[in-house]
Ligand binder design. Structure first.
Ligand code: SF4
Ligand code: SF4
Length: 383
């Protein structure tokens, strides 16, 4: 009999009203109750309360969840679905073959930054030689990366693992915008790379805890920590829960999404040299909107620099889901199709996304996607 590592009261909180169903991307695509939040909770209860077997089908529907947490926001009973799913996947990873060796190897590589940087350069070279199939959905990777230089100690800029390896030019733009407010920017020391978000999502909780300890040690002191990746920011803010220590709680209280931090300092940001000459569609990453609830700050920061267009899909997930688009490419593409239609209806030629995973997933479908602060940087420095 399998005992899921979930809180009994949290598991019991669902009243099966079904109000979350229209907000669930996997339910929207499949129409299956078992691919909905209510169906997943019912399956967890069957295992936990009735001793049902953990079957291949159970694992499949748990793994098919994007962990977008849109269901949490819609739920009148405040069911913490993200915690239930993390606990369930932790159990599956510990007691079954849910995470095979090749997936674990990939997750392990995320915490080895030099290896990741070298691998990314190799992958970029392979792309130039047309050796990487397009179906992998990878953006064109840079052969060379700009070097970042610390400029002060007012605020830490968390740089992460994949984003630092593939999109460091975004960090450079974010640093320029932070410096335009007069802030000096510090960069993390050794170990300040992988935040462990993907490990937590995969149920590899022990590895996520080890990475969290490293990240905390890499940014000592009491200066605020700003994060330009919505997924990483949500993970860093959750360290108090992940580690359960007073030190982790103190650290988490220092973490801000970079737009959240800038929104309270708008008077320090210079006016645009030229407002951007095209409208921007705002895509809300799930971990900014549903988890951090900081998505409105993107609008506050961008509005002086461009005309903004809202999407009419009520913040529906785009299907990227961290590593999800790699594990479930067909479902991720089906979910994305709804987002692409909403973006097309907006009529905007450029999309702003505050999460690298969403940006790459949408760019792989042919859209022009930029980080909101890349757009601010462009407007600040336009000639
Ligand atoms: S987290 Fe997202 S994909 Fe998973 S059940 Fe909730 S709404 Fe559906
Ligand atoms: S998770 Fe919340 S919204 Fe969904 S069925 Fe249960 S109580 Fe209703």
């Amino acid at each position: 009999m399998t005992h899921l590592q979930v809180d009994e009261d949290e598991l019991a909180a669902c009243v099966a009203c079904g109000l979350c169903l229209p907000h669930c991307p996997t339910y929207r695509v499949t129409g299956l109750e078992s691919a909905s939040p209510r169906g997943r909770i019912a399956a967890m209860r069957a295992v936990q309360w009735k001793g049902a077997d953990v079957t291949g089908s159970f694992t499949e529907f748990m793994d098919l969840c994007v962990q977008c947490r849109a269901c949490e926001v819609a739920c009148p009973s405040s069911v913490p679905f993200g915690r239930l799913m993390e606990g369930t996947r932790h159990t599956l990873a510990a007691q079954t073959r849910y995470q095979p060796w090749w997936r674990r190897l990939g997750y392990r590589a995320l915490g080895r930054h030099r290896l990741l940087l070298a691998g990314s350069t190799g992958l970029a070279a392979a792309q130039r030689l047309h050796l990487v199939p397009k179906r992998f959905g990878l953006p064109p990777l840079p052969l060379r990366q700009p070097k970042l230089h610390a400029s002060g100690t007012d605020v830490w800029l968390f740089t992460g693992c994949v984003m630092d390896a593939w999109m460091r030019s975004t960090h450079a733009a974010v640093q320029r915008v932070l410096e335009a407010t007069g802030a000096g920017v510090a960069l993390p020391g050794a170990g300040g790379d992988c935040c462990g978000a993907l490990h937590t999502h995969a149920g590899l909780t022990d590895k996520a805890r080890a990475l969290a300890q490293r990240v905390m040690a890499s940014m000592p002191g009491d200066a605020p920590i700003v994060v330009d990746s919505a997924g990483c920011g949500a993970a860093l803010k959750d360290y108090a829960h992940l580690l359960g220590t007073p030190e982790a709680a103190t650290f988490a209280a220092r973490v801000f999404d970079v737009h959240e931090w800038l929104a309270t300092r708008m008077e320090r940001l210079p006016p645009p040299a030229r407002r951007l000459p095209y409208p921007i569609a705002i895509q809300d990453p799930c971990h900014l909107r549903h988890v951090q609830k900081a998505h409105q700050h993107v609008r506050t920061v961008l509005a002086p620099y461009a005309d903004l267009r809202e999407l009419d899909d009520d913040g529906l997930c785009c299907g990227a889901g961290g590593a999800y688009a790699t594990m479930h490419p067909d479902m991720a593409a089906d979910i994305r199709a709804r987002k692409l239609a909403a973006i097309a209806r907006s009529g905007a030629p450029v999309v702003a996304s505050a999460n690298p995973g969403c940006a790459m997933h949408l760019a792989a479908a042919g859209l022009i996607v930029k980080h909101p602060l890349e757009l601010v940087d462009e407007a600040l420095h336009a000639r």
